[in-house]
Design a protein around this ligand. Structure first.
Ligand SMILES: [Zn+2]
Length: 385
């Protein structure tokens, strides 16, 4: 009898080792030697081959780890994954793959390492998203719209974040990461509250995951503004360390061990609008997703608290700031349809419909307009100039 009942499991999963330090790239060989890596592939963009990848290769070769480079074409699509996998299969077998770069490079690296059946080591150069620590990759069409996601048996074997490199990136990336990270708590809360709420792996949320997600939001409310000031001044301070950890580790382990809901449903739906997708980062779309989810939940106080922080750091606070007009019926219809089709929209503890979504969009638009009126949009504009 019990064989026929799917087992309700509470599962905690995370990367076994997360290391974060300023100047870590120059010490990257030690943890790899500990993993007994002798010959590894490095997946990175051409730009990185003149910078971080060059530095990394020098450090590894000095430690007796030989390397080969695979150049990432820019989109985490099946076409790209297959091409890079085929290319690496032509070469001497590697015992690990290092993915070095932004979210799409990291997600592609996880897929390629899985096909090569070697552990993946993740080295983010941006703190703009929660991809680094997770055991899943989002796959896009070659044109950049969200297509599907792929799940792996294991989390990345090692995640190494050099805070100096992350802090040197344009501040808009760190800020986008705050938007992505902020969703973790509100989506965890939805998944935890809903008795049918599930993680992306079909498990029930663990309390550990809920606690990480809550800490993630607390850190952002306490340190996001200071961290942004500090990266602008070129300083790696405890505030920067805290926000980088929130954006990367707390957000990644948090969502994996609790689940995603309305905020990510809307964010992935927005990638279907080329004018939004081409001009905005994942975390910026998630920011509008967070506000929409909070309005759906009728948690107006929290929506306002969150939108105030977003407006202060320069995240978009309404659809207009994301380049989408709510007057555009075709765009609104496309986004609503895709939001309702998102595999985890059922994690919301009540039914989401076209009607309540439409109302939530209007509520977000109005709240955003009020805040822009009150606070101005200088932080938003300064990140984009
Ligand atoms: Zn995300």
């Amino acid at each position: 009898m019990s064989e026929q009942q799917p087992l309700t499991k509470y599962v905690f999963r995370s990367t076994p080792r997360y290391i974060q330090a300023a100047g870590l790239i120059d010490h990257a060989a030690e943890p790899l030697v500990a993993l007994k890596v002798k010959h590894c592939a490095i997946l990175c963009t051409p730009r990185s081959q003149q910078g971080e990848a060059k530095r990394l290769i020098a450090v590894l070769e000095q430690a007796g780890i030989s390397t080969c480079v695979s150049t990432f074409g820019g989109e985490c699509s099946f076409r790209e994954i297959d091409a890079r996998t085929a290319e690496l299969r032509q070469q001497a077998p590697v015992d690990a793959l290092i993915a070095l770069g932004g979210g799409k490079t990291l997600d592609a690296g996880k897929c390629i390492a899985d096909r090569l059946e070697v552990p993946v080591v993740i080295m983010p150069t941006l703190a703009s998203n929660d991809a680094p620590c997770s055991a899943l990759s989002v796959i896009y069409t070659p044109e950049g719209a969200t297509e599907t996601y792929e799940v792996f048996a294991q989390n990345p074997a090692l995640v190494m974040v050099d805070t100096e490199i992350v802090a040197q990136a344009p501040p808009r990336f760190l800020v986008a990461g705050m938007g992505d990270a902020m969703s973790t708590w509100y989506e965890a809360r939805a998944c935890h509250t809903n008795p049918a709420g599930m993680t992306p792996y079909g498990d029930r949320p663990t309390l550990a995951g809920v606690a990480l997600s809550k800490t993630c939001a607390d850190i952002l409310y306490d340190y996001a503004v200071a961290a942004l000031d500090d990266v602008r001044a070129g300083r790696v301070t405890p505030a920067v360390d805290h926000v980088v950890e929130a954006n990367t580790l707390l957000s990644g382990a948090g969502f994996e061990c609790t689940g995603v809901a309305g905020a990510h449903a809307l964010a992935q739906a927005l990638t279907l609008l080329p004018e939004v997708d081409h001009n905005y980062l994942h975390g910026e779309m998630v920011a509008i997703g967070v506000l929409t989810q909070l309005m759906l939940e009728a948690d107006r106080a929290e929506a306002e608290r969150c939108a105030r922080l977003f407006a202060t750091v320069g995240l978009p606070v309404n659809f207009s700031q994301l380049g989408m007009s709510l007057e555009d019926e075709v765009a609104v219809g496309t986004v609503i349809e895709a939001t309702l089709a998102f595999p985890f929209i059922g994690n919301m503890p009540f039914e989401v419909t076209a009607d309540n979504l439409r109302q939530a969009f209007r509520d977000v638009e109005r709240l955003g307009a009020e805040l822009i009126n009150e606070m101005g949009d200088q932080p938003y504009r300064s990140l984009r100039s």
